[in-house]
Design a protein around this ligand. Structure first.
Ligand code: 4NP
Length: 169
């Protein structure tokens, strides 16, 4: 079910490793926002810590490049509690990421209930996408070329849907 999220000033894209889906989505959203003249700060992070400091996966870099997105210089980092204070909106690439992020957010609310309204809104990346509404962006890490191809098509579709929804805000 599409939800109304008012146009944010800053968005954080989050997946598991921050080397395949979320860095790709970061650059796709950044470019699409720029084309529309939207002022949007975009970043990405992973819920896991295995790839901190690394550049994106070579396969993700190659597929993104084929679609016109340069992601080779991005550097992986792990999501931090402070991200919930720094960003307006956090988009989770799949439902497991969403659950892990919700656990962080719940903890922050428990620690500081009066600040709950100031924390980033947390939503599934595909929530606004009429083609993939409510679906995960499938993790391509253990897949082949096809998985990466599906991944970037899915990300473009989701990013287009967010941009369209923000244009009408
Ligand atoms: P991502 O893909 O979450 O789209 O960056 C993955 C990258 C690495 C691993 C899993 C998923 N890993 O298990 O190392």
């Amino acid at each position: 079910m599409p939800i109304k999220v008012s146009a944010p000033k800053s968005v954080l894209l989050v997946c598991l490793g921050n080397i395949c889906r979320s860095p790709t989505a970061e650059e796709v959203l950044r470019q699409k926002a720029a084309v529309e003249g939207m002022s949007l700060t975009v970043d990405s992070a992973g819920t896991g810590d295995w790839h901190i400091g690394k550049h994106p996966d070579d396969r993700a870099i190659a597929h993104a490049k084929a679609y016109g997105y340069a992601i080779s210089k991005l550097v992986a980092r792990q999501v931090q509690p402070d991200d919930f204070y720094q960003f307006d909106l956090i988009l989770a690439m799949d439902k497991q990421n969403l659950q892990d992020l919700q656990a962080i957010k719940d903890r922050l609310i428990n620690e500081n209930p009066e600040q709950s309204e100031t924390l980033a809104k947390l939503v599934l990346f595909s929530e606004e996408d009429p083609i993939h509404a409510g679906e995960d962006v499938p993790d391509p890490y253990y897949g082949g070329d096809e998985a990466f191809e599906r991944c970037i098509a899915h990300i473009e579709s989701g990013a287009n849907a967010w941009i369209e929804s923000w244009k009408s805000c």
